[in-house]
Design a protein around this ligand. Structure first.
Ligand SMILES: Nc1nc2c(ncn2[C@@H]2O[C@H](COP(=O)(O)OP(=O)(O)OP(=O)(O)O)[C@@H](O)[C@H]2O)c(=O)[nH]1
Ligand SMILES: [Mg+2]
Length: 275
């Protein structure tokens, strides 16, 4: 079977190569994941990229999940000996403690430099993650002004770019990076539902149909938004019903609208993954 979701590896390889070159100069890696899908938005190469550096794990879009699920993740990551930082880069929530953690990492870098007789310098941190997870928005929040272009579609940041946050910190904004191959198509589907794969080819109908089935499994009350009961039919059948009721039978438009509703939080706080 052909994969449901695929992308062109060429420009990803280029972005990754540019990242690898800059990584040599970096002390801290801020890994940004999507709080709705902490597993699916984890890049398989991250372990290689953080080797020998401080690693700060950020779950962004915390506003899109419930406080209860947030607490579950916090506990789960703690059991794995990993501290996580929940942020809402749009509203600026949680960014101060992240900034502090980056600063502390920087002080450690400079303590090491000092012990080798080297002069202190600002800590260099890179912000890495899948497309559209909020990397640039986070940088703007840390900087407290709009320095990095950030908007609601994947693939906005095109080039690596250093931004000086303070005398202590410099941040490198990077384009979203996808693995060249996604063997796990269910993870790829979740990334597509969340709009975290720029430049990927997928069918909105197929993705929205899968989304409907996942929402139903999670107990989302679809009837409240679409006026139609989801009665254990296929997600595709449900979309066709919605399109007949609201979109003149245009199922592509219905699919896009359902995906937009989820992405804008109109269906409530929905976590597509739980620990
Ligand atoms: N609700 C919500 N929206 C967010 C959050 N963080 C970012 N956004 C929005 O998500 C969109 C994507 O943000 P960007 O900062 O462009 O994401 P990015 O990771 O830099 O994307 P690329 O450069 O395309 O890889 C923007 O419209 C942001 O305002 C968040 O925590 N909550
Ligand atoms: Mg960006």
């Amino acid at each position: 079977m052909a994969p449901l979701i695929s992308w062109y590896p060429g420009h990803i390889a280029k972005a990754e190569k540019a990242l690898r070159e800059q990584l040599k100069r970096v002390d801290v890696v801020l890994e940004v994941r999507d709080a709705r899908i902490p597993f699916a938005s984890s890049h398989p190469k991250i372990a290689t990229w953080v080797e020998g550096k401080s690693h700060l794990l950020v779950m962004n879009r915390v506003d899109a999940i419930s406080p209860d699920v947030q607490a579950q993740w916090k506990r789960w990551f703690k059991q794995q000996d990993q501290t996580i930082y929940f942020t809402d880069a749009q509203a600026g929530q949680g960014t101060q403690s992240l900034l502090k953690a980056a600063q502390v990492a920087g002080e450690q870098v400079n303590a090491r430099r000092h012990s080798r007789g080297m002069l202190p310098r600002p800590v260099r941190a890179v912000v890495i993650g899948f497309p559209n997870v909020g990397k640039s928005a986070l940088i703007n929040r840390l900087l407290k002004k709009r320095a990095a272009e950030s908007s609601n579609r994947p693939g906005v940041t095109r080039q690596l770019r250093w931004i000086r946050i303070s005398d202590q910190i410099e941040l490198l904004d990077t384009p979203g990076i996808l693995p060249p191959l996604m063997n796990d198509q269910s993870a790829a589907l979740k990334l597509a539902i969340c709009d975290d794969i720029g430049g990927a080819a997928y069918d909105n109908l197929v993705v929205a149909a899968a989304a409907i089935e996942q929402f139903d499994d999670l107990g989302v009350r679809l009837i409240d938004r679409y006026g139609l009961v989801f009665d254990h039919e296929s997600g595709m059948d449900y979309i066709i019903e919605v399109s007949e009721k609201k979109f003149n039978g245009d199922s592509e438009r219905a699919a896009r609208s359902i995906l937009q509703d989820f992405r804008k939080g109109k269906l409530g706080q929905i976590s597509l993954e739980l620990p």
